[in-house]
Design a protein around this ligand. Structure first.
Ligand SMILES: [Zn+2]
Ligand SMILES: [Zn+2]
Ligand SMILES: [Zn+2]
Length: 329
C-alpha cells in the first residue's frame, strides 16, 4: 500500500510509497537520460569574455579588481523590461505583454564549480547579489513578483549560474501558496509555515539540518524524492530584507545541503527555487513566509502527474531525511 498525503499549504495530494520505498541506490542505478551539451566556443560567463555578454547590472569585486559574482541581463529573456503594462482581452482570453526582468547571476568565475564545493563565503556573495538586485528591481512599480531559479547543471551552459525573474503577475505556484497561507490564517490566526516549523522541530523525523536561523527538512507531502525545503525560523515575508547574519547562516545551510546531495547521490542534477512575498504595497503579503524549495531531477515517472495532478514519490520524506542526515557534510 502507498499513502496519500496532502500538502497542508496547497492541498495537493501526493502518492507516497511507504511499503517498498526507494533509496539512493535505486536512483544511482537509474541514470536519467539527461545530457549536458557543452556550449561551443569560449564560455561567455568565464572571466575575460565579459564583452560577449550584455552590460552587468551588479557585481561583487574581489581583491579590488576581478569579479567574484556578476549579474547580467539575460540575452534570451522570457520577460523584457521594455513595454507597457497592458492587460487586454483577446476574445474570451486574457493576454498581456511579457514585461519584466530576467537576469543571470554568474555565481563564480570558475567554470567547473558547484554549490557543493564552493566556499560558503562565495555562496554568501551569490545571496547578496540576489538581494541587491531585488531591492533595485522593486523600484520598478510594474513588477509584482520575484522568482529565483537555478538548474544544475545549467541547460545551455554548465558555468554555474542562476536566474532572477521579475514578473508583472503572480505565478500559479506562489498564488496557490498565498491562498493556502491566507486560508490557514483566517481559521487559526497563525502562519502555516511557522506551525510546520514547530511541528517538524518537535517530531524531528524529517529534519535534515538545523542552523541558528534556518530549518532544512523534507516536507511531509514531498512531491519528489529527496525534495527539501530551507525555511527561516523567524517569520519573514521577504527574502531581500534578510539581515546580514541570516544571509551568512543561510549560505552555510545551502553549502551543507548540496554537499550532502552530492555525496549521497553522486552529483545529481537538481533545481531550486526561492519563493518570496509579492512586492509593491498593493500586492505585498505580510502573512507570506519566504522559503527555498529544492528538487533533484532524478524522478522515475513523471507522466502520472501530468494526467492526474497527483505526484508520485517513491521515497518517503522520513527516509530521505534520514539518508541525508546521516551523510556528512
Ligand atoms: Zn565559463
Ligand atoms: Zn511564518
Ligand atoms: Zn514555495
Amino acid at each position: 500500500m502507498a499513502e496519500l498525503r496532502r500538502d497542508p499549504i496547497t492541498r495537493m495530494w501526493v502518492v507516497t510509497a511507504t511499503d517498498h520505498p526507494k533509496g539512493p541506490s535505486d536512483y544511482l542505478s537509474f541514470k536519467p537520460p539527461y545530457q549536458l551539451q557543452e556550449i561551443e566556443g569560449p564560455c561567455p560567463f568565464c572571466p575575460g569574455n565579459e564583452e560577449e555578454t550584455p552590460r552587468e547590472t551588479f557585481s561583487i569585486k574581489q581583491d579590488g579588481k576581478s569579479w567574484a559574482v556578476r549579474v547580467i541581463p539575460n540575452k534570451y529573456p522570457f520577460f523584457r523590461t521594455e513595454g507597457e503594462y497592458d492587460r487586454r482581452p483577446e476574445g474570451m482570453y486574457d493576454v498581456m505583454e511579457a514585461i519584466g526582468a530576467h537576469e543571470i547571476v554568474i555565481e563564480t568565475p570558475e567554470h567547473h564549480q558547484s554549490l557543493a564545493f564552493m566556499e560558503s563565503s562565495q555562496i554568501r556573495n551569490i545571496l547578496q547579489a540576489y538581494q541587491e538586485r531585488l531591492i533595485d528591481l522593486e523600484k520598478d512599480r510594474r513588477f509584482e513578483q520575484f522568482l529565483i531559479l537555478k538548474n544544475y547543471p545549467g541547460l545551455f551552459n554548465r558555468h554555474p549560474h542562476s536566474h532572477i525573474m521579475a514578473m508583472p503577475v503572480i505565478p500559479r505556484r506562489i498564488d496557490e501558496e498565498i491562498w493556502g497561507i491566507l486560508d490557514y490564517y483566517q481559521r487559526k490566526e497563525r502562519c502555516i509555515f511557522c506551525d510546520i516549523l514547530r511541528e517538524e522541530i518537535s517530531v524531528r523525523k524529517r529534519v535534515i539540518t538545523e542552523t541558528v536561523h534556518f530549518l532544512v527538512f523534507a516536507p511531509f507531502a514531498s512531491r519528489y524524492p529527496f525534495e527539501t525545503w530551507i525555511v527561516p525560523k523567524a517569520h519573514r515575508p521577504d527574502f531581500h530584507r534578510l539581515r546580514e547574519e541570516e544571509i551568512e547562516d543561510l549560505s552555510v545551510a545551502i553549502q551543507s545541503l548540496f554537499l550532502k546531495f552530492h555525496r549521497l547521490l553522486s552529483d545529481p542534477p537538481y533545481s531550486f527555487t526561492l519563493h518570496t512575498s509579492p512586492v509593491q504595497e498593493r500586492f505585498h503579503r505580510p502573512e507570506f513566509h519566504w522559503h527555498i524549495e529544492t528538487r533533484l531531477r532524478i524522478g522515475l515517472r513523471e507522466g502520472f502527474e501530468w494526467g492526474t495532478g497527483f505526484f508520485v514519490n517513491p521515497t518517503p520524506p522520513e527516509d530521505a531525511a534520514a539518508f541525508l542526515r546521516e551523510i556528512e557534510s
